[in-house]
Design a protein around this ligand. Structure first.
Ligand SMILES: *Cc1c(COP(=O)(O)O)cnc(C)c1O
Length: 492
């Protein structure tokens, strides 16, 4: 199966090439030429398999130039001992809500679900496309992505990764997670500046042709790990299929029953993966797109206009603080085709906004609802969920649970069950979660963890407590102007 650009002006490429390139030459995102079908027989078969086997089966439908055995080998490593138990368990919250926990990986956030497997796919893509150079991954991060990418790429053959974070722009726990990173092919650097300085530094390096030529001579090429890469999207489709299978196996739903799906959304990658699962044939009713006060998507689903010209809010769910949801372009493509998608994206680049044609808008809202949750409502939801169900959730998951509860209250014909994606361990955002429960928040990380653990009766994930005592490997702080030379130092 080949991959085409959402903007329709690039040649089609193999799946390995799409993963290696990341973004299409015309600026669009890669999409499969057609969406493969999940037949009833396949769904029955998937229900009987392990998570790794389900992942290899579903991914092999999209990644036709990888063999099933290659994918199975990679999936077993990606979703094995590095997860604390089952990779994507589903737990109950009340009668109708089923929470899909996606944070049992090495960094305690859902980005592990994709970033544990994608580096392996890239490594194989190099061989499959005849690439002889080593992939050099550069990442600017405000916290979660950097750590998940480091864990994913560590010691992966023919790759090296260098991560840049703003020296005062990440939480103490996030900083520790990164600066104690193990692996022989990793580098971490603090930038004296903010996230934008780090990001524009990385962008400048990517745009510098002379630098690319210099790297080429040394046997390297630049690659990125961000969420518009198809290699990050396709592993995310798997866990929605898997959740449905697990509900069927438990007898919570009957084979063939529909579920609704609610996702706390930033860049629109996670919810788009759920939409792909439905297009493949998974029985899904509606999608609930949950946002925090950066509610550009809520307005989009209510009015048909996407308008990024608005204030940016810093919230307690920072991984959703985003005004341009890049992967929405893939929904536009599936709804309106390449030509119109190109026009919408041109308007977004020029005016910071676009309005859907009536026809496209109606198609989209026949399957999507948008809700947003204020800071206060997020805090109360954490407390209320804990009081009612003795279940502790992080700030991002709370935004989604709040949206799901309002959706259920307003929609009498909702599906029998709604699956809510839970995207981070509550311990990853421990101070905000502790505050929501009314706990007086102590000073140090270890103290916050144990206060939260004591009050909630939940365990501190060893992935997070372990970094508190690990040796710090990366102490360098550099100016943004020094980033390029730091890359050369790293590979020399
Ligand atoms: C990245 C992230 C999100 C947003 O996911 P998208 O795929 O960008 O929509 C939500 N919650 C957490 C904890 C995240 O790290």
């Amino acid at each position: 199966m080949n991959y085409v650009s959402t903007r329709g002006q690039s040649e089609s490429v193999s799946s390995a090439m799409a993963i290696k390139q990341g973004i299409a030459p015309d600026g669009g995102l890669y999409m499969p030429e057609s969406i493969p079908a999940l037949t009833e027989d396949m769904l029955r078969e998937l229900c009987e398999l392990s998570y790794s086997e389900r992942a290899a089966k579903v991914m092999s439908l999209f990644l036709s130039d990888y063999t099933y055995d290659e994918l199975l080998t990679d999936c077993k490593l990606a979703y094995g001992d590095n997860f604390d138990g089952y990779a994507a368990p589903v737990v109950n919250a009340g009668d109708k809500m089923r929470v899909l926990e996606l944070w049992h990986g090495p960094t305690c956030a859902f980005k592990d679900m994709a970033l544990q497997i994608m580096p392996r796919l890239l490594s194989r893509a190099l061989v499959k496309t005849g690439e002889e150079r080593t992939a050099l991954i550069l990442v600017a991060t405000s916290g979660d992505t950097g750590k998940a990418a480091l864990e994913g790429y560590r010691d992966v053959e023919r790759t090296k990764i260098s991560v840049y974070y703003p020296v005062n722009g990440v939480s103490r726990a996030q900083k520790l997670q990164m600066t104690t990173q193990e692996g022989s092919n990793v580098n971490v650097c603090a930038i004296s500046g903010n996230f934008d300085d780090a990001q524009s530094g990385v962008k400048k390096i990517f745009a510098n042709r002379d630098f690319a030529a210099e790297l080429d001579k040394k046997g390297y090429f630049l690659s990125s790990a961000n969420s518009i890469n198809w290699g990050r999207l396709v592993p995310q489709t798997v866990y929605y299929v898997s959740a449905w299978c697990d509900l069927v196996k438990k007898g919570d739903i009957a084979f063939g029953d529909k579920i609704d799906i609610c996702v706390p959304t930033g860049n629109f990658g996670n919810i788009l993966a759920a939409f792909l699962a439905k297009k493949m044939g998974l029985p899904v009713g509606r999608f609930v797109c949950a946002s925090n006060s950066n509610n550009v998507l809520t307005d989009f689903f209510r009015t048909g206009t996407y308008d990024r010209n608005r204030d940016f809010h810093v919230t307690v769910s920072p991984s959703m603080d985003i005004l341009i949801s890049s992967n929405l372009e893939r929904l536009l493509y599936l709804t309106a085709g390449a030509q119109k998608t190109r026009r919408y994206m041109e308007a977004l680049a020029k005016d910071g906004k676009y309005t859907l044609d009536k026809e496209d808008f109606e198609k989209i809202i026949s399957e999507f609802d948008g809700y947003y949750t204020s800071e206060d409502a997020c805090t109360s939801e954490i407390k209320s969920i804990f009081d009612r169900y003795s279940y502790l959730v992080d700030t991002h998951t709370a935004v989604a649970l709040d949206a799901a509860e309002r959706y259920l209250a307003e929609n009498k014909n909702a599906a029998k069950r709604i699956v809510i994606a839970s995207t981070a361990s509550p311990y990853k955002f421990a101070p905000a979660v502790a505050r929501s429960l009314g706990i007086e928040v102590p000073e140090g990380d270890a103290e916050i963890f144990s206060a939260l653990s004591g009050a909630s009766g939940t365990k501190v994930p060893t992935q997070l407590s372990a970094v508190l005592t690990k040796e710090i490997r990366f102490k360098k702080v550099i100016d943004p102007e020094e980033m390029q030379s730091s890359v050369l130092d790293f590979i020399s």
